[in-house]
Design a protein around this ligand. Structure first.
Ligand code: AHR
Length: 345
């Protein structure tokens, strides 16, 4: 038995023990529909030569998140040499920590995880390091010591926030409103998530240069449509003269637009309220094309191929970078039509 197979056998034994102890056949949390889509199944002897990857996903709060999960599941297939253990943490950090511990006890070859918030990971990452399992961060960042993880693959969310503000600068100039008072509200994502923190910091750093840009309020809509709508309704009750909504993902934007329309106002090009959104999922790009969303700053969920490549390099003993930033675009009415057909999510 070689080293990897010995490790595999020990992992398999740990897994069987866990099943016996918990009386539970599914120690990982694959939603049935996801399992069917990806052909995910239980460990068998035949899986002997595969690289085992434990992936802890935050949840399924947004269309973007589902696209991100699909991207990982498409990239890490048996045909390509991987056995993927998928865990959906359902928006709870404690579930992610539990999943990572379970990956450690199963002695997976790699742990991939998308941290719900930046803080609170030191202890479990120390445990992974002690077990000698490389950790790859996907999408969001952690504020832990960089020696506790191997690499990170994700978007530059500060730049996304800056791009949103830069677009607003240009738009106000075009409308000859650059000297007007501009009232802005921000619908934030999950507080403490690197995508929320980055987008907020990026936007605010540029907004601070303009004495006539007034950020009236920032509240979290948790990256969901329902919460986005609820917070937007509160904003509308409190502030009768909102000019711009900066909504940190498309799902919240859908809720915000509903709230604005129910209040008898219009959004987008020529509308009462300018809408700046993030993610650029197909349904939102259709609203950009229809002129209801003014600009959509892309956040690229297709991270699976990048991660697979990093694992391949690590398997080959090659050095990897500490950070891999995914490519992203900005969509407005002017360019969106050429991209809509190719958008799959
Ligand atoms: O971390 C990326 C963000 O998380 C996306 O913008 C959002 O849609 C998702 O839920």
């Amino acid at each position: 038995m070689n080293g990897r197979n010995r490790k595999r056998a020990a992992g398999l034994a740990a897994l069987l023990l866990l099943i016996l102890l918990t009386g539970c056949g599914a120690f990982y949390d694959v939603r049935p529909e996801e399992a069917e889509e990806t052909g995910e199944d239980a460990w068998t002897e035949e899986n002997g030569g595969l690289v085992i990857v434990g992936f802890s996903q935050i949840g399924s709060e947004s269309i973007w998140r589902t696209a991100n999960t699909n991207s990982m599941q498409r990239a890490l297939t048996k045909e390509r040499g991987y056995f993927l253990i998928f865990n959906n943490a359902r928006q709870k950090q404690e579930n992610q920590i539990k999943a990572i511990r379970s990956f450690i006890s199963q002695r997976v070859d790699y742990i991939v995880f998308s941290p719900i918030t930046e803080s609170g990971w030191d202890t479990v990452l120390e445990e992974a390091k002690e077990a000698g399992i490389p950790v790859i961060l996907a999408d969001r960042k952690v504020d832990a010591d960089a020696s506790l993880y191997t690499t990170w693959v994700g978007p530059d969310t500060v730049k996304e926030g800056e791009n949103a503000a830069r677009w607003l600068e240009g738009n106000l100039k075009e409308k000859n409103r650059q000297n007007d008072d501009i009232n802005i509200v921000i619908l934030q994502g999950t507080l403490g998530a690197s995508s929320e923190m980055g987008r907020t910091a990026g936007f605010v750093s540029i907004a601070a240069r303009y004495h006539n840009w007034h950020i009236l309020d920032c509240q979290t809509g948790d990256f969901t449509t329902a919460k986005g709508k609820e917070v937007m309704q509160q904003f509308l009750r409190k502030y009768p003269d909102i000019d711009v909504v900066v909504s940190q993902n498309d799902d919240m934007t859908f809720g915000a637009i509903e709230a604005i329309e129910e209040a008898g106002m219009t959004t987008g090009i020529g509308g009462d309220i300018t809408i700046i959104s993030f993610d650029a999922v197909k349904e939102a790009l259709e609203l950009v094309q229809a002129g209801k969303i003014n600009v959509d700053i892309e956040c690229n969920p297709e991270q699976g191929e990048y991660i697979e490549k990093v694992i391949r390099m690590l398997e080959a003993g090659e050095p990897v970078e500490k950070e891999y930033v995914v490519e992203e675009k900005i969509f407005t009415f002017r360019n969106v039509s050429q991209y809509l057909d190719e958008r799959t999510y």
